[in-house]
Design a protein around this ligand. Structure first.
Ligand code: IPE
Ligand code: IPE
Ligand code: MG
Length: 247
């Protein structure tokens, strides 16, 4: 009887869910290579995986999901791969907007959107506008995102306010910085997941991840499913978050 009740999902403690989960979705290319497929096929499958994970986050009750989709460094990839990714993002936004609205998803893009193709920028602004009042799950997608660029952008905005007398240098604190980042609307992530076994941040949320629990899995992103997310959450729930203090 009790054995029957112990299912996979009961391992996740609903009372101790991370509020904000961030994911570095890595390994699409290797996933495709292992199957003798072009890299772009890995990106296509990776997008499906993200869609499922977003829905599962919402079902579990995780408030915010942030996904790293394209870094400021990813422009250095072959032109064909970059343009495929740009058109994939655009097609996905067109295709998924209705469902995001129905599922109460509030989508927000973080990163410098200005160098992106104008038609993609238009879809991005349109989807943010259409979903801005939704409260089901907050979904941040990092496109042309780089943490160092984000910090430079924040420094410039703060400096300008000081110059114009809106802010005094002495009053600059943690909150001032957080409020000038692209992620100002979200709390810092509780859990960062990186797939494909790489143990690095690759210029992702350097400020915001100061006290985030990090979970690295060998699983390649297109294979990252609900069961894998359960495992990451269970591992998170076993961590002792001390925040520099002694218990
Ligand atoms: C992550 O997968 C997706 C993006 C960076 C756009 P990769 O494309 O980096 O896959 P690998 O690391 O080459 O396997
Ligand atoms: C990080 O993955 C960026 C995204 C997932 C969008 P990369 O594949 O670009 O990172 P590196 O090159 O392995 O550090
Ligand atoms: Mg990679």
């Amino acid at each position: 009887m009790t054995a029957q009740l112990i299912t996979k999902s009961t391992q996740v403690n609903q009372a101790k869910l991370p509020n904000h989960v961030a994911v570095i979705m890595d390994g699409n290319g290797r996933w495709a290579k292992q199957r003798g497929l072009p890299r772009i096929e890995g990106h296509r499958r990776g997008a499906n995986a993200l869609k499922e994970i977003l829905r599962y986050c919402k079902d579990l009750g995780i408030k915010t999901l942030t996904a790293y989709a394209f870094s400021t460094e990813n422009w250095g990839r072959p032109t064909g791969e970059v343009s495929f990714l740009m058109s994939l993002f655009e097609r996905l936004l067109q295709k998924e907007l209705k469902e995001m609205e129905a599922e109460e998803v509030c989508i927000n893009f973080i990163g410098d959107l200005t160098p992106l193709p104008p038609s993609l920028q238009q879809e991005m602004h349109h989807s943010m506008e259409r979903t801005k009042h939704n409260q089901g799950v907050f979904f941040n997608v990092a496109i042309n995102y780089g943490s160092r660029h984000e910090m430079i952008h924040a420094c410039k905005a703060i400096a300008q306010k000081v110059q114009q007398g809106e802010l005094s240098t002495d009053s600059i604190n943690d909150q001032t910085i957080s409020q000038h980042l692209y992620t100002s609307a979200s709390p810092d992530p509780d859990l960062l997941i990186r797939t494909s076994g790489e143990m690095r941040l690759s210029n992702f949320m350097l400020w915001q991840l100061a006290y985030t629990e990090i979970y690295v899995t060998e699983t390649l992103w297109p294979d990252f499913d609900n069961d894998q997310l359960d495992r990451a959450i269970v591992a998170f729930q076993q961590r002792d978050r001390r925040f520099g203090k002694v218990k």
